[in-house]
Design a protein around this ligand. Structure first.
Ligand SMILES: Cc1cc2nc3c(=O)[nH]c(=O)nc-3n(C[C@H](O)[C@H](O)[C@H](O)COP(=O)(O)OP(=O)(O)OC[C@H]3O[C@@H](n4cnc5c(N)ncnc54)[C@H](O)[C@@H]3O)c2cc1C
Ligand SMILES: *[C@@H]1O[C@H](CO)[C@@H](O)[C@H](O)[C@H]1NC(C)=O
Ligand SMILES: *[C@@H]1O[C@H](CO)[C@@H](O)[C@H](O)[C@H]1NC(C)=O
Ligand SMILES: *[C@@H]1O[C@H](CO)[C@@H](O)[C@H](O)[C@H]1NC(C)=O
Ligand SMILES: *[C@@H]1O[C@H](CO)[C@@H](O)[C@H](O)[C@H]1NC(C)=O
Length: 501
């Protein structure tokens, strides 16, 4: 950085500390003064950051990819984009944004569907250049840049014969996934991604760069589930484990076999205690159809599963798909087409915490699938539903210490995921309302079946906007608010979207 740049930087930082307060929200309209300040902010960042970083505008060829999101519901044209190449440049950007009180977004993999959670009219920070993956063989850890995408991380790890607790399909980013908890094919075995953390590199709202470890009582707790409330994470250090070939695949089954499918889910959940096993039984109504399909991913963390545990699924005739021994990377890549996002794809998803999947609850989930698919397909023929049950081992939350999410680690919650897709934007509100209603219907049915869900937290990474933050963080919320006051007294991180403490 040149001397000139350094002095401008000092002025900005001083200004930031004395003047930043309050904070805009994404919803606030940007008047002409605000637009001037956006331009000033973009220009200042552009002149202050090092050559490792880039700033560009809507006319740039890099712009569409930088602001791209998996779901169009979380896509907004930003005034400018910054791609920081160093944590120092992240700090410069954050201090400048604080100084001008500029609304901004932090985008990792861009897989949140919630409007404004990683998109903005202001300054869009795209983390993609911070994508280094460094294997520390002796320590048994891996440093992962916070702008990485899980499938790329797996590709980098494969030659080393090791693996991390990460995303289940291609696409999601390391950043949001870990900061929201992180449920993996291996979570029955190793817990959430946050339970495998060794340290974070964090740029605090005042621009300080800090290594956060278990020695930092409050930030260590708060970042694990606390998303972007405490600053911008630039790197994660995670515990790795050895990886052999696995046995896994996706089965597509006709709804004619519903009874056998339901019985297989119940039997798996009742009988299987092997934490290397995982399943994701899913009800699907594809775009352009109202005919439901049954799908199940079967996963075993080894080249062949012990006999018996998946037999009930394997006995059902399939329309398509199959299970085989393969590398972890090849399996994850094979799921790419099942989560493809066609142009104009809008999506909301919700997390529905339950304690188990008895037959009667599976029936309710199936009925919610067909009912809403018929309802919305009549209004938008592209409407589709992917409602997934996610049973885990009862020790799911026993692998780590206190963290923002989950607020209660004494019992496992299965984070049932309903994901609905459409293209007609005028249906956004109706679908949002219906999805929350459907969530309530399933929770009410589980309670009626005897499940105690009175303090059941919604999984942070699946929570639909509009869900109260109390539902995600429970009794941890007051402590999180205290920690937020301490590290972000001027509300710099309030300038960006997300669940706010
Ligand atoms: C197809 C698909 C598959 C999924 N599979 C899984 C799964 O298997 N398991 C699971 O647990 N979840 C899964 N999810 C949910 C996913 O984990 C969350 O949406 C997650 O937040 C996405 O992270 P991201 O970086 O891609 O998203 P983004 O939209 O980029 O970010 C999400 C939030 O995190 C914040 N954030 C991102 N990076 C940083 C950073 N470096 N510092 C501070 N804040 C940051 C953003 O500001 C934003 O508020 C899936 C979602 C989709 C759409
Ligand atoms: C930041 O937002 C939270 C939640 O909306 C609010 O309670 C807090 O007062 C804000 N902080 C500042 C400094 O404005
Ligand atoms: C947003 O930017 C894209 C180019 O990336 C452009 O095609 C589109 O028209 C813009 N949308 C709005 C609403 O300005
Ligand atoms: C199916 O779900 C809809 C919407 O929740 C509900 O109105 C209807 O009563 C349900 N049908 C059955 C048979 O449970
Ligand atoms: C989108 O949905 C609205 C409301 O249902 C409807 O009026 C409109 O015609 C639809 N647009 C398209 C392109 O189908």
């Amino acid at each position: 950085m040149s001397f000139l740049k350094r002095s401008a930087f000092a002025v900005l930082s001083a200004g930031c500390l004395s003047s930043a307060s309050g904070g805009l929200t994404e919803q606030q309209t940007l008047d002409s003064n605000a637009l001037d300040s956006l331009q000033a902010s973009c220009d200042a960042i552009s002149s202050l950051v090092s050559h490792a970083s880039a700033v560009y505008y809507p006319s740039s060829p890099e712009y569409p990819k930088a602001i791209y999101h998996w779901s169009a519901t979380n896509s907004i044209n930003a005034s400018c984009v910054i791609e920081p190449g160093t944590p120092q440049d992240v700090a410069i950007a954050l201090q400048t944004l604080a100084f001008f009180k500029t609304p901004f977004a932090v985008k990792g993999g861009g897989h949140s569907c919630n409007p404004g959670f990683s998109s903005t009219k202001g300054v869009h920070i795209y983390m993609t250049r911070l994508n280094q993956v460094t294997v520390n063989k002796a320590e048994g850890t891996v440093d992962v840049g916070a702008g990485s995408i899980w499938s790329d991380v797996y590709a980098a790890l494969e030659p080393h014969g090791i693996m991390l607790v990460g995303g289940r399909v291609p696409g999601p980013g390391v950043g949001g996934f870990i900061l929201g908890g992180g449920l993996s094919w291996k979570s029955s075995q190793f817990g959430l991604a946050i339970d495998t953390l060794v340290s974070f590199e964090l740029v605090l709202p005042d621009g300080t760069i800090r290594q956060v470890t278990s020695a930092d009582d409050d930030l260590w707790f708060a970042l694990k589930g606390g998303f972007n409330n405490f600053g911008i994470v630039t790197r994660f250090t995670l515990l790795s484990h050895p990886q052999t070939d696995i046995w896994a695949g996706l089965l597509l089954i006709s709804a004619d076999h519903y009874d056998a499918f339901r019985a297989a889910v119940v039997k798996y959940e009742t009988d299987v205690k092997d934490t290397k096993a995982a399943i994701a039984p899913t009800f699907i109504v594809p775009s352009g159809s109202t005919t439901p399909m049954l799908a199940a991913v079967l996963f075993y963390d080894g080249p062949s599963p012990p006999s018996g545990i998946f037999d009930a699924f394997l006995a059902i005739p399939t329309v398509q798909g199959g299970v085989q021994a393969q590398s972890f990377l090849s399996f994850v890549k094979s799921l790419g087409s099942s989560v493809a996002a066609p142009p104009g794809h809008r999506n909301y998803y919700t997390g529905i915490p339950v304690l188990s999947y008895p037959s009667a609850l599976i029936d309710v989930i199936y009925n919610e699938t067909t009912f809403w698919a018929e309802h919305f397909a009549a209004l938008d023929p592209t409407f589709s539903v992917t409602n997934a049950m996610e049973p885990f081992d009862s020790g799911l939350f026993s692998h780590g210490g206190p963290s923002a999410y989950p607020p209660d680690r004494s019992r496992a919650l299965y984070p049932t995921n309903f994901a609905w897709a459409w293209t007609n934007a005028s249906l956004d509100d109706a679908i949002h309302t219906a999805l929350l209603e459907s969530t309530k219907t399933v929770v009410a049915a589980a309670i009626a079946l005897g499940q105690d869900l009175s303090n059941a937290a919604t999984y942070a990474n699946y929570a639909l906007f509009g869900v109260p933050v109390e539902n995600i963080y429970g009794d941890h919320l007051p402590r999180l608010q205290e920690i937020k006051k301490k590290y972000d007294p001027f509300g710099v991180m309030n300038l960006t979207g997300g669940f706010k403490f």
